[in-house]
Design a binder for this molecule. Structure first.
Ligand code: NAD
Length: 468
């Protein structure tokens, strides 16, 4: 309660938001952000700030989500250092115009794509990986020569507070500014005109953002969620499959956008799979998970209640222990949930793993194709042809064969959703691209002006057919 009151009090009036956007726009209009040097210096400033505040970030993540420092480094802090290094090493090459080829009819000519910074950008981030999901888009913005206003989540106030101090110290507010607060702050920001809105969060709020952006025809990157399935084939190594799924499901207490949401599995494998997941959970967190320093907590009482309600939709095969005051919810496997139940309809975003009987790969592919396109899909089979069928016959933001979540860590691959799980992608060069406009540029000399394209056209059809 105290948290929400202080957040409400912290919401700046919309006149302040307008003034902030105008200040950033005036700065961007000076064109000072265009040269390589400006971008490198800003990325270096961000890198220095990230190192300086590392200990504070780790303790903020502990305070917000009970993340152990090791897990926080593995899933948040470490990959931001990686993204920063990649951007610093490659920003010069990313900025270079990319050559294309020009058709004969307009020769002599050279064709290029110029990467123009989009301008003044808004980044709205969620609470589940509050550091990483704020910093990664910001790296793209600065590499691309944009300014940014960051609105982190009100549900991870410790991390939002560190971001505010850290970025406030590293940058003047016309370059990077952090606005704390909840829905009201977010909506006041969304009322302004931006050159790009980069939103990470749920699909429902994604729609709100897209509607607000439409008013100004502002482009958006929407990094959303959804139900990411695992498909287990009879040929899979069941022990490794269970261990990897258990890790991806229970890391951050299931509050991961690319967490396996449910498992499609042949009915005769179910019993052994449940035993193996339980074995993996014991090996990760010990016999009493509630005492493990490596297991997270549910972010808020509201989310805890939501997960407790979802857990009632089927039979608990193991887990289910909980403690409301500390928002602890044990790693849980659930069977026999009706497909029409909220557990099988909503994104779970918590440590509940429902198993769905699925006799064949054909059934699994049909099941996935009949539902909104997920953010991630995981296929487990020793038979490579089975994995290939799943990968080519289903559509999802990303996919992994024989593991979960790891595609997120591959900087060379754009990360994003498709359909209801999102629009656009980022990471590595894709982050630079997300904050740039690819401008088509053709350069021609004044010499050699082919008369073929000019009227009168009489009698030129034969020649045109040869040149076009
Ligand atoms: P959320 O959509 O509730 O909130 C995200 C941000 O939007 C927060 O900063 C919040 O203050 C703001 N917001 C909330 N309601 C708003 C409204 N009505 N108008 C304007 N702004 C509003 O999401 P969350 O609960 O913070 O995060 C969980 C969701 O995010 C899950 O669905 C998860 O899958 C998704 N997610 C996606 C990715 C990805 O990379 N695709 C990563 C992490 C989380």
């Amino acid at each position: 309660m105290a948290r929400s009151i202080s957040n409400l009090a912290a919401v700046p009036p919309s006149s302040d938001m307008k003034a902030l956007v105008e200040k950033q726009r005036a700065y961007f209009e000076t064109r000072v952000t265009l040269p390589l040097q400006w971008r490198r210096e800003r990325l270096l400033a961000l890198q220095r700030a990230a190192h300086k505040y590392e200990a504070e970030i780790l303790s903020a993540l502990k305070a917000d989500l009970s993340k152990s420092p090791e897990e926080a480094y593995l899933t948040e802090v470490g990959n931001i250092y990686g993204e920063l290094k990649t951007a610093l090493k490659n920003v010069k090459a990313w900025m270079e115009p990319r050559r294309g080829s020009a058709p004969l009819i307009i020769q002599p000519a050279r064709a290029y794509q110029y990467a123009d910074p989009l301008g003044v950008t808004l980044i709205i981030s969620p609470w589940n990986y509050p550091y990483q999901l704020s910093m990664a888009p910001l790296i793209g913005a600065l590499a691309a020569g944009c300014t940014a206003v960051l609105k982190p989540s009100e549900l991870s106030p410790a991390t939002s507070g560190v971001l505010k101090r850290m970025l406030g110290e590293a940058f003047p507010e016309e370059v990077v500014s952090v606005v704390e607060g909840g829905v009201e702050a977010s909506q006041a920001l969304l009322a302004e005109r931006w050159d790009l809105i980069f939103f990470t969060g749920g699909t429902q709020v994604g729609r709100v953002v897209a509607e607000a952006a439409a008013r100004h025809l502002t482009p958006t990157v929407l990094e959303l969620g959804g139900k990411s399935p695992c498909i287990v084939d009879r040929s899979a190594d069941l022990e490794v499959t269970a261990r990897r799924i258990a890790w991806g499901k229970y890391v951050n207490a299931g509050q991961t956008c690319v967490a396996p949401d449910y498992v499609l599995i042949p009915p005769e494998l179910k019993g052994r799979f449940i035993d193996l997941v339980q074995k993996a959970v014991r090996s990760f967190y010990g016999a009493d998970v509630s005492t493990s320093g490596d297991y997270g907590r549910i972010v808020s009482p509201r989310h805890y209640e939501r997960i407790a309600a979802l857990a009632a939709d089927g039979q608990i095969a193991f887990g289910g222990e909980r403690d409301a005051p500390s928002r602890y919810f044990a790693p849980t496997v659930i069977t026999d949930a009706p497909l029409s139940s909220p557990l099988m309809q909503e994104e779970i975003f918590g440590p509940l793993l429902p198993l769905v009987d699925c006799p064949s790969i054909d059934d699994a592919i049909r099941f996935v194709r009949a539902r909104p396109k997920p953010l991630a899909l995981y296929s487990f089979a020793r038979d490579a042809a089975v994995n290939e069928r799943v990968l080519t016959e289903t559509s999802s933001g990303g996919a992994v064969a024989n593991d979960v979540c790891v595609h997120f860590a591959v900087e060379g691959l754009p990360f994003g959703g498709v359909g209801e799980s999102g629009i656009g992608g980022y990471h590595g060069q894709a982050s630079f691209d997300a904050f740039s406009h690819k401008k088509s540029v053709v350069k021609r000399p004044f010499t050699l002006d082919m008369k073929l394209r000019y009227p009168p056209y009489g009698g030129k059809l034969g020649l045109l057919k040869r040149f076009l």
